[in-house]
Write a protein that binds this ligand. Structure first.
Ligand code: UGA
Length: 431
């Protein structure tokens, strides 16, 4: 089938190349001239493993076309996926400006009456219902939320835990679900609001799980136990499951923080009091403060120290800094008079934009991990890039002037690091 996809961000572009892999023809709509040019030339404007190769392959095969014309994209298409961004407003409400604008435009082009409009953007309950009436056309509207993680988006597309399609038109739901054939996954048919809320409820629960793991890890640390053993034991209970129980510097990214805020905003609007999510947010915030407190305590103050930071991105496999621990921890360290030398495998350019030299004096970004360690009093590891674990502890010890290694991802081999005389501290590792 020919599919039109509006919006070439993470979700739109990843879905576009993956639908091509499934044998569909895709017309991707991008209105930003810079991104459009890149895409037309077969260059990916996003950092997502596997996407550049698939983009090039499907541009060359002709399965993927890229255009700024909505009309050209929908001509002959059986579905139009809406994948525009819904960034957070200060109130926590998602900003639906781009989505509203697009729905207005869809109402003005010539559409085949068979075309299904599919909302994949993360939108608050009630948005699909609104879109259906705002469209002013008889075409069905289907909610089909996405569950793609940055860094593993392609694998998540082909091996989803479930496919959710929601709306009142049963035949349209089955048509949208059919686009994912031959992917095998449980299919859940719901109404619009259920589909919309499943997406938020999932990200909310993932945040709860991470914050719970971080709290248990703190307790383990205080009682002198190994929090990772405790969380492994917890995760082996099939009712809990092992995923998203890794303690760390607190969850980041564009989605968990934004979707929690949106869920709380929606609940407030409905007069429903949510108690757990604000607690998860507080634990997350505290997790970052604890890293700074710990460095301060172990070094006897931060002023005049030099801290090496390994990892800036909110997690490995991405260059995204949204909600990243580095974005709050590094400015706080600088503020207290520490010098910071930081390295990342993908996010250096993005961090320079976030923290330009005139605003972040005392910060130096380095191209190599060992350069960041030069004369450092402490190493703070914030992102779990596997390559950091490959660096011999002897090399770390030789490059530093101090001996403190604070591994906020429990990535390094603590025993090996201690063996070379460094003071290794993990998260939740009371021993
Ligand atoms: C998240 C969801 O996992 C996706 O299913 C969803 O589609 C996406 O949001 C979205 O709404 O678009 P993502 O933001 O890419 O995906 O990142 P996650 O892999 O969920 O990680 C979020 C944060 O939690 C990261 O900072 C990560 O380091 C942290 N995390 C994750 C932990 O601290 N511990 C864990 O055990 C797992």
């Amino acid at each position: 089938m020919k599919i039109a996809i509006a919006g070439a961000g993470y979700v739109g572009l990843t879905s576009a190349v993956c639908f091509c892999e499934l044998g569909h023809r895709v017309s991707l709509i991008e209105i930003d001239p810079g991104r459009l040019g890149d895409l037309q030339a077969g260059h990916s404007p996003i950092f997502e493993p596997g996407v550049p190769e698939l983009l090039l392959a499907h541009r060359q095969s002709g399965a993927l076309t890229v255009t700024d014309s909505l009309q050209a994209a929908v001509d002959g298409a059986g579905a139009l996926f809406v994948c525009v961004g819904t960034p957070p407003r200060a109130s926590g409400a998602p900003d639906l400006t781009a989505l509203r604008h697009l729905i207005g435009q869809i109402g003005q082009v010539e559409l085949s009456p068979d075309l299904v409009v599919v909302l994949k953007s993360t939108v608050p309950p009630g948005t699909n219902r609104w879109a259906r009436s705002a469209l002013g056309l008889p075409n069905p509207v289907v909610s089909n939320p996405e569950f793609l993680r940055e860094g593993t988006a392609i694998a998540d597309f082909f091996q989803p835990d479930r496919i959710i399609v929601g709306g009142p038109d049963h035949e349209a739901l089955l048509r949208v679900a059919g686009l994912y054939a031959p992917i095998e996954a449980p299919l859940l048919l719901t109404d619009w609001e259920e589909a919309e809320l499943i997406k938020y409820a999932t990200n909310g629960f993932l945040a709860l799980k991470i914050s719970y793991a971080n709290e248990i890890a703190s307790l383990a640390e205080a009682i002198g136990a190994d929090g990772l053993q405790i969380l492994t034991g917890l995760g082996l209970d099939h009712r809990v499951g092992p995923a998203f129980l890794k303690p760390g510097p607190g969850y980041g990214g564009s989605c968990l923080p934004k979707d929690l805020a949106a869920l709380r905003w929606k609940a407030r609007q409905q007069g429903v009091r949510l108690e757990l999510l604000p607690a998860a947010e507080r634990v997350n915030q505290r997790q970052r403060e604890r890293l700074i407190d710990r460095l301060r305590a172990e070094l006897g103050g931060l002023a005049g120290t030099r801290i090496a930071v390994w990892g800036l991105a909110f997690k490995a496999g991405t260059d995204d800094l949204r909600g990243a621990a580095s974005a709050t921890v590094i400015p706080a360290l600088l503020q207290e008079g520490a010098e910071v030398r930081a390295h990342d495998f993908a996010a250096l350019t993005a961090f320079e934009q976030l923290c330009p030299p005139e605003q972040c004096s005392g910060l130096r970004l380095t191209q190599k991990p060992l350069e960041a360690l030069h004369e450092a009093d402490a190493l703070l590891l914030l992102t779990e890039w596997p390559a950091y674990a490959e660096i011999p502890p002897e090399a770390i010890q030789q490059a530093m002037r101090g001996d403190l290694v604070l591994d906020a991802r429990n990535l390094l081999d603590g025993v090996a690091v201690r063996k070379v005389g460094l003071r290794y501290r993990g998260i939740g590792r009371g021993r």
